[in-house]
Design a protein around this ligand. Sequence first.
Ligand SMILES: CC(C)(COP(=O)(O)OP(=O)(O)OC[C@H]1O[C@@H](n2cnc3c(N)ncnc32)[C@H](O)[C@@H]1OP(=O)(O)O)[C@@H](O)C(=O)NCCC(=O)NCCS
Length: 257
Amino acid sequence: MDRWTVTDGTDTASLSGDPERWLVELNISEPAAPGDPSDERGTNDDRGRRLLEAATQAVVIEGGGRLEYWIERVDERSDEVPTRAGFVPYRDLLRLRRQLPALPTDLVVRAFRPEDAEAFIECNNKAFDWHPEQGDMTPEDLAAKQAESWYDPEGFLILEETDDDGNESIIGFCWTKVHTDEKPALGEIYAIAVDPEHHGRGLGRELSLAGLAYLASQGLRQAILYVESDNKPARKMYGALGFDREFTSRAYQRIVR
Ligand SMILES: CC(C)(COP(=O)(O)OP(=O)(O)OC[C@H]1O[C@@H](n2cnc3c(N)ncnc32)[C@H](O)[C@@H]1OP(=O)(O)O)[C@@H](O)C(=O)NCCC(=O)NCCS
């Protein structure tokens, strides 16, 4: 929910969140022609900087905290405005893409069942304990995602293993998502992980292929995914699977006292 909206009548900065993570989003309407100094509202850079400074003031009034700002599809100039407004880049998220279909796989997976929730969350939280958003999933977080319109258990692939005593446990998953609103429709590897005790056995690669095969079976011809720039194991795996970088989105932050 927006806590503040800062506007000068034309442009808007919307602030949401709490002191742990304030998020500001800018909406510059009717942007000036690039570099046009004759626009009385200033250049787009001036307008962006002013909005970020206004959002920072709003956070001061709220008692301070960590303020985050994202730019989608960064280019070589993207850092200028946030840097001039006192923000520093701290996180790059890459979007990768490849064509479908990919290679087939023999890995046996099955669709998510409601009774998997607890074991899935345990596997997820172990594998993503280092991740800023994905690592402390609660049953409520999972239920909220499963209530979204795109959710389909058939595309939420679960990998189980039976131990010597006959006990089954979830040791990995590949959760896919179909973007029907995109033209053409896009498939996504939305979340994928292998229990750390089972890393390095080739399961991540085969789970990826299982997810891609599922997306291809839905008639999709393009697959995307998002990966942190510093996630070396995942980047190496995706590179070997034929994914290429499409664009980078960058998060900036400013600690406001
Ligand atoms: C990424 C992840 C799913 C890989 O699973 P895995 O079962 O260990 O991977 P695999 O054994 O199938 O390895 C596949 C390829 O990934 C790469 N890879 C895997 N682990 C690696 C590591 N620690 N360092 C470098 N490359 C690695 C290698 O290229 C490997 O192929 P190779 O063995 O032929 O060289 C796993 O590390 C994981 O669950 N990580 C945490 C969750 C995560 O980051 N998910 C992706 C978010 S986008």
